[in-house]
Design a protein around this ligand. Structure first.
Ligand code: NDP
Length: 325
């Protein structure tokens, strides 16, 4: 039996149940991992609430990210051995002391990266990598807007984009978060609960606007985000922390200056094993170079997942949060 956090029916943080579950031996192509740390991500709240239905129904173990030691391998797994340290982003099963993973989703973790760092960065950091290097390739001289700049993905985006030579504007929910975003590479911050972020972007850019907007907030920042983008620029909607963007008329993109818009997900960018490894290696080397640090700012015991979700949805966290089994 292993300790896990499960959901028996969709709902608020109170539906997260700490219990012991049976874990089978790994099947063909699978590995079993004893986790040193599990990552907490906003997507976990979408599954918990039922916004994203669990693929294999209820009950399910929450969580998509973690890092630890391989304790058993199934048949057909030749490139991963018992005793090696791996990290992964894989659907559900993450909030647990041990989990089963498809071996082709696991990535070996370099010895200079701890389980806590790996659990804090696989989903958020690989997301930052594909958003900045693949969805829209940020280069020196670009100006970008990052919403929720002090969040888990946000602080990584700010550091990495700054390192690439961009001017970074970040929206944040408080003055403390503004200070943190600035320490992590944001050139300008906007308190978007109190300030008109479109007017501030116009002011900071002298009316030129941004080459790209990275928006993980969703409902409350749309469609105003489009007014922050220069003609032919890119709108990247990558999350729904405030709720989903509702259907809109695509002619809006023409009216705002022939904009491009995309709604990407890591699942697509890392679907092929070679792409997963390329994105992970790009992240590992950038972190190893010291250009991007992974701020793990909240640590919780596995049994305290309910509090962790309340903090995340209550906008009380910054950077990455992890669970320690
Ligand atoms: P964060 O740490 O960024 O937490 C969410 C933040 O959103 C809050 O701290 C808050 O910051 C801001 N926010 C704005 N409005 C609300 C609201 N109404 N309720 C709650 N929070 C709000 O989370 P993550 O780093 O885990 O994820 C960030 C986003 O990235 C999420 O939307 C997530 O789904 C998405 N994501 C997408 C991926 C993809 O491949 N598409 C992969 C990984 C994450 P503030 O107080 O400063 O406003």
């Amino acid at each position: 039996m292993v300790a896990a956090v499960r959901v028996h029916k969709a709902g608020g943080p109170e539906v997260l149940t700490f219990e012991d579950i049976e874990l089978p031996a790994p099947g063909p192509g699978q590995i079993r991992v004893k986790q040193g740390a599990a990552g907490i991500n906003y997507i976990d709240t979408y599954f918990r609430q039922g916004m994203y239905p669990p693929p294999n129904g209820y009950p399910f173990t929450v969580g998509n990210e973690g890092s630890g030691e391989v304790v058993a391998v199934g048949s057909g797994v030749s490139d991963i051995k018992v005793g090696e340290r791996v990290a992964a982003v894989a659907p559900l099963g993450g909030y647990a002391a041990e989990r089963i993973l498809p071996a082709d989703r696991a990535v070996k973790v370099p010895s200079n990266i701890s389980d806590e760092q790996a659990a804090g960065m696989m989903l958020k950091g690989m997301t930052a990598e594909y958003l900045l290097r693949r969805t829209f390739r940020v280069e020196k001289g670009h100006t970008i807007l990052v919403h929720a700049a002090a969040g888990g993905v946000g602080l990584i985006l700010c550091q990495w984009a700054k390192h690439l030579g961009a001017t970074v504007i970040g929206t944040v929910g408080s003055r403390d978060k503004a200070d943190l975003a600035k320490k992590n590479g944001a050139d300008h911050t906007i308190l978007y609960k109190d300030e008109d972020f479109v007017a501030k972007v116009k002011e900071f850019t002298g009316g030129r606007l941004c080459d790209v907007v990275y928006d993980g907030v969703g409902k409350t920042t749309f469609p105003a985000s489009l007014d922050c983008i220069r003609p032919l620029g890119m709108f990247v909607s990558f999350g729904n922390a405030s709720g989903s963007i509702e259907a809109f008329n695509i002619n809006l993109l023409q009216a705002k200056g022939s904009l491009f818009a995309t709604r990407p997900t890591l699942n697509t960018y890392a679907a092929k094993r070679e792409d997963l490894l390329a994105i992970a290696n790009s992240l590992f080397s950038t972190v190893a170079s010291g250009k991007v640090k992974i701020p793990v700012n909240q640590r919780y015991a596995l049994k305290d997942a309910e509090k962790a979700h309340r903090d995340l949805e209550g906008r009380a966290t910054t950077g990455a949060s992890i669970l320690l089994p």
